[in-house]
Design a protein around this ligand. Structure first.
Ligand SMILES: *Cc1c(COP(=O)(O)O)cnc(C)c1O
Length: 362
């Protein structure tokens, strides 16, 4: 069975919008797209008076090399959030189909599913936040078109071992598209499963420049998948998803100098991760620091609500994740620069001291 048979039939039958930019190969004078002939002020040679390439060739080539896939296996868009939305709209018929997720996990899968009126089948992670492969497989019905697996998982932080991903792929045998979200894989010791795309038609991988590449503000993310899936999504994607200035900052970040800087920051982050973990674990107000291979820690507190407020009052904003199942006493803390982490720890150490001082009093 072809993976395309999982997609909505009306999308498979659709003719994509043909933009002026797509039809423009070989021209020298462009009078076809109702653009301005003059660059805007402050353009700096970018050429923002012209529409961008639908899939900027230089960026696609760079990203494909970075992720070890062929050009036709890669779609670049506005963050991996856009790819999640496109996948759900292309594969799930409203009111009929479903996606499968493993809570506690990234919220956008459920949000995009609800926008499309696709059902959300939940197979919770185990108590130790590992993925239960057999439970996931048992929950796959014909309505389930997409299975999202987040590794390392946000907000808990653990990786899904590669063997588990492979076992899912083997057992699914194309009954649903497995979407592996690797937003944090650069921070992990586990490696990407992108190389498995050639072997399994039913595998898609999400990557992003928002986290390890410091480009959350530029909104660049990728879907790596079978070429048939990539061209299907291009049919429903708006014609010019990646703005020229964003392409420029992404190319700079992925240059040799940019990559060297990213590696440097990654090394600092690894050290800080261990240091912060140790410091947090030693605090009286901390019940547990969950194992994490990402650039954040999920931390259980004796009183997470009060801790959140205390940090906030001191100007330190962390993520309250108490609404997630199994994390009712937890906050998610991003590992920042050393001075930022110090400030966060100082607030918590102060809190621990206060508790000590006031101990015994009403
Ligand atoms: C941050 C995050 C994303 C979103 O990435 P963008 O590329 O910025 O849209 C995707 N998945 C997970 C799990 C994330 O935490």
């Amino acid at each position: 069975m072809s993976v395309l048979e999982l997609a909505r039939p009306e999308i498979r039958a659709m003719q994509p919008y043909s933009s002026a930019r797509m039809e423009a190969s070989g021209g020298q004078v462009f009078l076809n797209a109702n653009e301005s002939a003059w660059p805007p002020p402050g353009d700096d040679g970018l050429g923002c008076n012209r529409y961008p390439e639908p899939q900027p060739a230089a960026l696609v080539a760079t990203l494909a090399a970075l992720y070890g896939v062929r050009h036709e296996q890669l779609l670049v868009g506005r963050g991996s959030d856009e790819a999640i939305d496109l996948l759900i709209r292309a594969f799930c018929r409203a009111g009929e189909d479903a996606v499968l997720i493993q809570p506690p996990t990234f919220g956008m899968y459920g949000v995009c599913a609800r926008i499309q009126n696709a059902a959300v089948v939940e197979v919770p992670l185990a108590d130790d936040f590992t993925l239960d492969v057999d439970a996931v497989l048992a929950a796959v019905t014909p309505a389930v078109k997409l299975i999202f697996v987040c590794t390392p998982n946000n907000p808990s932080g653990q990786c899904v071992p590669r063997e588990d991903v492979e076992r899912l792929l083997q057992q699914l045998d194309g009954r649903a598209l497995l979407v592996v979200d690797e937003a944090y894989i650069e921070f992990a010791f586990e490696r990407s499963v992108a190389d498995l795309i050639d072997r399994y038609e039913g595998l898609a991988v999400l990557r992003t420049l928002s986290k390890a590449w410091a480009l959350a503000g530029a909104r660049i993310g990728c879907l790596l998948a079978n070429p048939a899936v990539i061209s299907l999504l291009r049919r429903i994607m708006p014609p010019y998803p990646v703005p020229l200035p964003c392409v420029a900052v992404a190319m700079a970040a992925l240059s040799e100098a940019g990559q060297a800087q990213a590696r440097e920051h990654l090394a600092v982050l690894r050290n800080e991760h261990e240091r912060v973990r140790g410091a947090l674990a030693a605090l009286a107000c901390v019940r547990a620091v969950l194992p994490s291979q990402a650039n954040f820690l999920a931390v259980r507190f004796a009183d997470a609500g009060a801790t959140y407020q205390r940090l906030l009052a001191a100007g330190v904003v962390v993520r309250d994740v108490r609404r997630y199942p199994k994390l009712g006493d937890a906050l998610r803390i991003t590992i920042g620069a050393p001075a930022e982490n110090d400030r966060m720890l100082a607030v918590l150490e102060g809190a621990a001291q206060d508790r000590g001082f006031s101990g015994g009093s009403a």
